[in-house]
Design a binder for this molecule. Structure first.
Ligand code: ZN
Length: 268
């Protein structure tokens, strides 16, 4: 009978991946409004490998319970504020939450250790505590089954993204961390549409006000009001500043019409 033991252990270890493939561990995106992320699970980081995916979103953005369960708040030198969400079959770590020294910025109002939460309930807020102090604000999100940790990437991509409810004061405070872009480049084309104008610009330089790396792209299409468009001509060199907006993944990728022009300055 002794020989059966290693076999049983192997089966137990194999189960999480099989169960995960059959049934999604979660179907809700943890960050309200979405985030910019890549599959950075397993990347070399410092002394070990990265155990989750980093979801970049402005500090203060609410994060939600991806499954129903219970929450617990801890603080560690590397993790900063860490919220652990324990569900029925899986558990999750939400790392780098809130502001150092302020537990109320890391665990949503009304919650305590071992509080029961519903799926979609706001449990915490994006931050940069622990060893993320010099990184952009982000949620380090981990998916665990028992003692196994798994990349959450596939399920993040399929997950439903909750859109901000602007009547929620927590979301209003997150929108204080709006970012704007300064785009230096050449005007390519302008279009007046029924619902406002569009400005096509070929950028030579793009800077985000919070220092975030913005995707480099051939042509950027901005929303612009018609009065501003009439002051511009194709071929002009310009410096454009956009209106402030939360840094979503669409905006970081410079998807057309995700940014609105605030001011346009002609160069020399
Ligand atoms: Zn991370």
């Amino acid at each position: 009978m002794r020989i059966a033991l290693p076999l049983i252990i192997t089966l137990v270890l194999a189960t999480p991946a099989v169960a995960a493939a059959a049934q999604p561990p979660f179907t809700l995106f943890p960050v309200v409004g979405g985030a910019h992320y890549t599959d950075d699970f397993g990347d070399l980081r410092g002394s070990g490998t990265h155990q989750g995916n980093d979801l970049i979103s402005p500090c203060g953005t609410p994060v939600v319970a991806v499954v129903p369960g219970t929450v617990r708040l801890d603080y560690g030198d590397r993790s900063g504020w860490m919220v652990t969400l324990t569900g029925k079959n899986s558990w999750y770590r939400y790392i780098h939450m809130g502001v150092k020294g302020d537990a109320s910025s890391a665990l949503a109002k009304g919650l305590n250790n071992d509080s029961t939460v519903k799926q979609g309930q706001v449990i915490s807020y994006v931050g940069k505590t622990g060893d993320a102090a010099s990184a952009p604000c982000h949620l380090h999100f981990e998916l665990h089954y028992g003692t196994s940790v798994v990349s959450p990437f596939t399920w993040l991509q399929a997950a439903t993204i909750l859109q901000p409810d602007i009547t929620d004061p927590a979301i209003m405070s997150a929108s204080n961390s709006n970012v704007s872009l300064t785009i230096t480049g050449t005007v390519v084309w302008m279009v007046s549409a029924g619902n406002g104008g569009r400005l096509f610009v070929r950028p030579s330089k793009i800077k985000a006000s919070d220092g975030s790396a913005v995707k480099s792209i051939g042509i950027v299409v901005l929303r612009a009001d018609l009065a501003t468009l009439t002051t511009l001509q194709a071929g002009q060199k310009v410096v454009l500043v956009t209106a402030g907006a939360p840094l979503t993944s669409e905006r970081l990728d410079l998807k057309p019409l995700t940014w609105s022009l605030a001011t346009a300055t002609l160069m020399g």
